[in-house]
Design a binder for this molecule. Structure first.
Ligand code: GAR
Length: 203
């Protein structure tokens, strides 16, 4: 049994797919949605799907224990970043080693890094005249868009594509593969032990 927390900053279409995929699953469940954006549509989706949500500001996320306390209370085993735009702080990396999964809307290692998210990624892919793009699902570490790749899938970039055209093709891939990649990863993962103490300099 694994409890999943999803961090999302925007629309949350991936978060919704993941919640729906795991609903009714006796093994794994989405327990919590967390967002840095009080206006994010993902919060509406969470409400409609009866998943509790929590909004934090920069100060709370980077300097306080509140987020960690919430994750502990909900006995979260794994964090999924579904369109989450802030760098994950050390205290979460330490508490959830190899247990934070991100999705990126391009074929990493290309078109990743700081500032490369959402439409900016698709604009760059089109501007550079690439014939294909895709998705990357990967574990995260202290750098943006690094860490072990769990899954990639490709799609074509067609002549005349706008960033929106490419985004919707990418979203289709994400919705199709993100939930099942999380599920496969969970199959080899036991519950998280919270017993390990977090070094105080990491909080
Ligand atoms: C997704 O395409 C995801 O790959 C991207 O944000 C979008 C969120 O869509 N993430 C990044 O760019 C992270 N670097 P959604 O809110 O509809 O799930």
């Amino acid at each position: 049994m694994s409890n999943i927390a999803i961090f999302a900053s925007g629309s949350g279409s991936n978060a919704e797919q993941i919640i729906r995929y795991f609903s009714g699953n006796p093994e794994h469940a989405v327990k919590l949605i967390l967002s840095n954006n009080a206006n994010a549509y993902v919060l509406e989706r969470a409400k409609n799907l009866s998943v509790p949500s929590f909004v934090f500001d920069r100060q709370t996320f980077y300097n306080a224990h509140k987020v960690l306390d919430l994750l502990r209370e909900a006995e979260i085993d794994i964090i999924v970043l579904a369109g989450f735009l802030w760098l994950v702080p050390d205290y979460l990396l330490v508490t959830f080693p190899q247990r934070i999964i991100n999705i990126h809307p391009a074929l990493l290692p290309e078109f990743g890094g700081k500032g490369m998210y959402g439409a900016r990624v698709h604009e760059a892919v089109i501007r550079e005249g690439r014939k294909k793009s895709g998705i990357t699902i990967h574990l995260i570490d202290e750098e943006y868009d690094r860490g072990n790749i769990l899954f990639q899938a490709e799609c074509p970039v067609l002549p005349g594509d706008t960033p929106d055209d490419l985004a919707s093709r990418i979203h289709q891939l994400e919705h199709r593969y993100f939930p099942e990649t999380i599920n496969s990863y969970l199959e080899n993962l036991g519950p998280l032990s919270y017993s390990a103490q977090i070094p105080t300099d990491k909080i």
